[in-house]
Design a binder for this molecule. Sequence first.
Ligand code: ZN
Length: 135
Amino acid sequence: MTEYEELLENYHENKPEDIDKSERLEIPEPRINIQGGKTYIKNFKKITKTLRREPKHLLKFISKELATAGNLEGSQASLKGKFKKRQVKKKLSQYVKEYVICDECGKADTKLTKFKGEQYKRCEACGARSPAKQI
Ligand SMILES: [Zn+2]
């Protein structure tokens, strides 16, 4: 076996583990900054990128849940009023449960789709489709 083949074999052996790792969704810790009566989520874009969701969609959810107004400002988001990191984190995990994680298999490989005017979360891993409330 050449060195290259050996490398290739090792690569394949290690692969399943790598896949498992990428399937576990880790929500980035929100970086909160309160300034001038507004709460900024500094790494908002990074969070939505990890969740593979539209920043607008997540912001709409959070601001509705916290009953305030939200704005996208570059890579960050701002919420009117002062909110604790704990509150933001709680809303983030609610969002993930509702709009990202598959109800059937628990994976994060889902997409939001519309079907006959209803919004669904469709799983690319197991094919399940579950209703996701419109915000
Ligand atoms: Zn699934």
